[in-house]
Write a protein that binds this ligand. Structure first.
Ligand code: ATP
Ligand code: MG
Length: 574
């Protein structure tokens, strides 16, 4: 491609809203064009990268006999009614009516659509297992679209779905797809972790789910991991132990202490000169399930945080939210001084597992400006249950108590999931098994955020000057800059450009009327693996061209004759 004929444009300034490097760099490097909130056009160079990412994924999936198809972006509401998700997807799903007043939506995901394809096309167990995939546009009306392509509203996803007669077969294909994902992300040159993820209300107890997380400081997900233990899980899901805590054990009676205006755990513990794990934090939560709401009291160690997802899963709730302050007041619960003793109304109380129920703690006394000392859960509460509801964090230990865990941030680029018969049951899909009996097949679903992968690759590969593309997904391999004005050198450049193209190199030819400073800045910003410079003076005097490796800034001079072989050699190593 010749830059003189390209729409490409770089920018010095970036809009303030671009908070993270990949978003800033992709805007500055003219790779994406914003049309509206969470809506981006992929400009030609970005689109080349996107196609390369797609191709890698495609090749790895085709290797395991998955078949590519393309479904519609708009799906009928009827299908979602059938699966029961029409009212469950919330505002994420963009719904609308057609001219005949029929419900439609722009697909946020495609389980319903693929299940419909399957039920109309497959009859016999002999055709299974079957894996189908597409690479298509998705729309999710995200609450906070941000970080450019990382959390866009319209984006490209590769979504795959597999169908099976039994769990053993689902497990087998799941493992194959897991491996295909590992291969894909490795080929793209990304550093990533595969982590255990939350199955939410979708999966049954034995259904597996993993996320593929590209590690980056700006990632929105937290990964809890221990290399020695071979453990990695999304913090949403991670189960760990607190370590080395010594609790206070005494026979003291419950004792009121005055804690005027001290409504935070920190204030109270500082005042009483105690570490925060000697206190219990009380959280009042509303659990919403279908039409019902139950308000419960949660008890955690003072320095722990609640993991809302664990709460939601434990109760199988549709939604869990902290009960708002005005409601607490109406119920006679004094915010900041709530505890499990002297509850003004019947309410179930739940303790986090990290709490030693036989130890003594400071806790709210259910009276303004007052706390209790010597609150012993086993003695002072009745019928309470304990479960793991805390957010795992760095410094905890693995469940066997042997390894300390650490934290890293990650960008979720892929997610694989065993769905079981959720959709085939709801949508009444059956296949005859080898005894002629109709069975609901089991399903797996497997997503890769193609456009998010591009953003994640930039987030992991850049420096002060710009992007440093991993070779496998770079828009082009060589940025060929002509530095010179004479007709002679221009002709020479044209010849070299042609010969490189003929030799099969992916070359971007900067033939614009601009000086070296301008061209080199653009070249660094765009971040192709190699810059090749044809400088008029060097070429005339020494017959040389310069090769610069973007990643290492290594430079070497080559003659025209050895150019192709040298470029091959250098690219090989990039
Ligand atoms: P997240 O937790 O980041 O919102 P998700 O778990 O809802 O993502 P999935 O339903 O698992 O997403 O979708 C499969 C893949 O699609 C994700 O792993 C991610 O790479 C990508 N993806 C999801 N939402 C977006 C988005 N808003 N913009 C870009 N890519 C996305
Ligand atoms: Mg996910």
């Amino acid at each position: 491609m010749k830059l003189s004929k390209s729409v490409w444009q770089t920018y010095k300034e970036v809009p303030n809203e671009a908070e993270i490097p990949s978003h800033q760099l992709m805007l500055r490097a003219g790779l994406i064009h914003k049309l509206g909130s969470g809506l981006y056009s992929y400009m030609p160079f970005a689109y080349r990268t996107i196609r390369k990412i797609q191709q890698i994924v495609r090749e790895e999936l085709d290797k395991i006999e998955a078949q590519e198809l393309l479904m519609t972006v708009v799906t009928p509401g009827e299908l979602w009614q059938e699966s029961g998700r029409w009212d469950k997807m919330g505002t994420l799903m963009l719904k609308f009516l057609d001219k005949g007043d029929r419900d439609l939506c722009i697909s946020p995901t495609n389980e319903e659509a693929i299940t419909d394809v399957f039920r109309k096309s497959v009859r016999s167990y002999k055709q299974l297992p079957m894996t189908l995939y597409q690479i298509n546009t998705k729309f999710r009306d995200e609450i906070r679209p941000r970080f450019g392509l990382m959390r866009a509203r319209e984006f490209t996803m590769k979504d795959a779905y597999s169908f099976h007669m039994d769990k053993a077969c689902l497990d087998e294909v799941y493992d194959e797809i897991y491996q295909a994902y590992v291969n894909s992300f490795e080929r793209m040159g990304l550093k990533f972790l595969v982590v255990e993820a939350d199955a939410g209300d979708m999966g049954s107890k034995d259904s597996k789910t993993h996320e593929f997380q590209v590690t980056a400081d700006t990632g929105e997900d937290i990964i809890i991991f221990s290399e020695q233990a071979g453990y990695a899980a999304n913090a949403e899901k991670a189960e760990t132990l607190r370590s080395g805590l010594v609790f206070e054990k005494n026979d003291g009676e419950l004792k009121e202490v005055s804690t005027p205006e001290m409504s935070t755990i920190k204030d109270v513990c500082d005042f009483l000169k105690k570490d925060q794990h000697h206190s219990i934090k009380s959280l009042v939560y509303s659990l919403i399930k279908e039409e019902d709401e139950e308000i419960v009291l949660l008890q955690l160690l003072g320095d722990d945080e609640l993991n809302e997802l664990k709460l939601k899963n434990y109760f199988g709730a549709d939604q869990v939210t902290p009960t708002p302050e005005h409601k607490l007041a109406k119920m006679g619960l004094p915010k900041g001084f709530i505890g499990a003793v002297n509850l003004p109304l019947p309410m179930r109380v739940f303790f986090d597992k990290a709490i030693d129920l036989e130890a003594s703690y400071v806790t709210g006394a259910m009276k303004v400006d007052t706390h209790f000392e010597n609150f012993r859960p086993s003695r002072d509460t009745k019928d309470s249950e304990a479960f793991d509801m805390r957010l795992a964090r760095k410094g905890d230990f693995t469940l066997d108590g042997k390894h300390e865990v650490d934290e890293k941030k990650g960008i979720e680029v892929g997610h694989i999931f065993q769905l079981g018969d959720k959709y085939t049951k709801a949508m009444n899909v059956t296949v005859l098994d080898n005894n002629g009996k109709a069975k609901n097949p089991l399903m797996g679903c497997y997503g890769i955020g193609i456009t998010r992968v591009m953003a994640a690759a930039v987030e992991q590969n850049y420096d002060d000057a710009g992007i440093i593309w991993p070779k496998a997904i770079a828009p082009y391999h060589i940025y060929f800059a002509l530095i010179g004005k004479s007709e002679e050198i221009k002709e020479e450049a044209e010849l070299i450009y042609k010969s490189l193209q003929n030799a099969g190199f992916e070359v971007l030819f900067d033939d614009r009327k601009a000086g070296p400073g301008f061209k080199f800045k653009d070249s660094d910003l765009l971040g192709l693996p190699i810059r090749l410079v044809l400088g008029e003076r060097d070429f005339k005097e020494k017959g040389q061209l310069e090769i610069v490796i973007r990643k290492t800034n290594e430079k070497l001079f080559v003659t025209k004759n050895e150019l192709t072989s040298k470029l091959k050699e250098v690219l090989e190593k990039c």
